[in-house]
Ligand binder design. Structure first.
Ligand code: F6P
Length: 413
């Protein structure tokens, strides 16, 4: 009579629906019950209609849809023990002791805390007779499996997170569109991309449209790769594109490469304090070589080596004041997180969802929580807390401006 519940938490990402569908269908295929928990942790706390049994048909025609059909929320109540007590009761009353959480590192950390507390939560519920002694014993262990749904690709331990590939498509479509109008008017466009603390997407976007330098997960670049990349891009005097990147290393770097970047600003390798001089020199060189446009990509978390933020407006002002270019800003914003998932994200989410259900069904009382990751072309189970701790260590290193440590800790992706 095993069953599982699946929920999505934190910021949405394209492919979450495909993951939900795969979890549900694999559970049904194995003869288990599957539940949705709507609105993330809030739905677990609220119970009622938020927790519903799912069937084969309830996940039909969602694989192609962006966002998450079961809703997502950032939940204050679950941060308090009282909220988690309510959540535990709602699960026990339905006989649910297996959870698939689809979200970022914060959501996965919350799930692990809940698992660790589970026994004491059940003791308390039994003590005040909210659950019976029989329920207390029967539902003694909570199993959780994490799937990382995030466009940022900022989670340590997986080569790709669900949604990153689609966001990358959105970014390069936008850059291609902007480039044509920039060309007509000889303008400079400063494009702000998402990614919080990780600059992957801009770099990969750069790679897929005439790369001068390619990053492969199987061949980690040397420590000084950003300098080498910038040098290489500067030497490539093709079209003039300047990309200043990102809060998100993956987003920023990907887009830069995919769109023929000449220059990048990334959070993990902030530019020197005189970045303005370098920027203007580069733009001037390109224009005097006959180029008609510049594209500068600024990720939302870009900063200099002293940790001062560099915004799209900072970059625009420098270009306007020093070079007198007609410079405009385009903020891509949540467009990057919306729309239909790419083929890659659908397949990734299907494989990860199915593997999550299998991991839960195979779990024993000794099993530790895992996150389903992509390792090369394989979906693998890796210890959840190890990945979460590494991801948090990267954030801490960046906050303390230990950039090289951050890149080292992040590893392959
Ligand atoms: O983590 C995903 C992400 O889209 C980041 O790239 C961005 O910084 C953040 O979420 C935006 O969050 P919100 O939708 O809450 O504004």
């Amino acid at each position: 009579d095993k069953g599982l519940a699946v929920f999505t938490s934190g910021g949405d990402s394209q492919g979450m629906n495909a993951a939900v569908r795969a979890c549900v269908r694999m559970a049904i295929y194995l003869g288990c019950k599957a539940y949705f928990i709507r609105e993330g942790y809030q739905g677990m706390v609220d119970g009622g209609d938020c927790i519903q049994e799912a069937n084969w048909a309830s996940v039909s025609s969602i694989i192609h849809r962006g966002g998450t059909i079961i809703g997502s929320a950032r939940c204050q109540d679950f941060r308090e023990r009282a909220g988690r007590l309510k959540a535990a009761n709602n699960l026990v009353q339905r006989g649910i002791t297996n959870l698939v959480v689809i979200g970022g590192d914060g959501s996965l950390t919350g799930a692990n805390l809940f698992r660790q507390e589970w026994s004491s939560l059940l003791d308390e519920l039994a003590k005040n007779s909210t659950i019976t002694a029989e329920q207390r014993n029967k539902y003694n262990v909570l199993h959780i499996v994490g799937l990382v749904g995030s466009i940022d690709n900022d989670f340590c331990g997986t080569d790709m997170t669900i949604g990153t590939d689609t966001a990358l498509h959105r970014i390069i479509e936008a850059i291609d569109a902007i480039a044509s109008t920039a060309y007509s008017h000889q303008r400079t466009f400063i494009m702000e991309v998402m990614g919080r603390h990780c600059g992957y997407l801009p770099v990969v976007a750069g790679i897929i449209s005439e790369a001068d330098y390619v990053f492969l997960p199987e061949h980690p670049p040397p420590q000084d790769w950003p300098d080498r990349l910038i040098l290489q891009l500067q030497q490539a005097s093709k079209r003039s594109r300047l990309m200043s990147v990102s809060s998100d290393f993956y987003l920023a770097i990907s887009a830069a490469i995919a769109t023929e970047a000449d220059f990048m600003l990334i959070p993990e390798e902030p530019v020197e304090l005189l970045w303005q001089d370098r920027l203007c020199k580069k733009l001037e060189q390109e224009r005097s070589a006959g180029q008609r446009l510049n594209i500068v990509i600024v990720a939302e978390g870009a900063m200099d080596r002293e940790g001062h933020p560099i915004t799209a407006e900072d970059v625009r002002k420098v270009i306007d004041e020093r070079l007198k270019h007609d410079a405009r800003i385009t903020v891509l914003g949540h467009v990057q997180r919306g729309g239909n998932p790419s083929a890659f994200d659908r397949v990734l989410a299907c494989r990860m969802g199915a593997e999550a259900t299998l991991a839960l069904m195979e779990a024993t009382s000794e099993s530790l929580p895992v996150v389903i990751s992509l390792d090369g072309n394989q979906t693998v189970r890796v210890p959840l807390m190890e990945c979460v701790e590494r991801t948090q260590a990267v954030a801490k290193a960046m906050k303390e401006r230990r950039w090289a440590d951050a890149v080292k800790l992040r590893g392959r992706s």
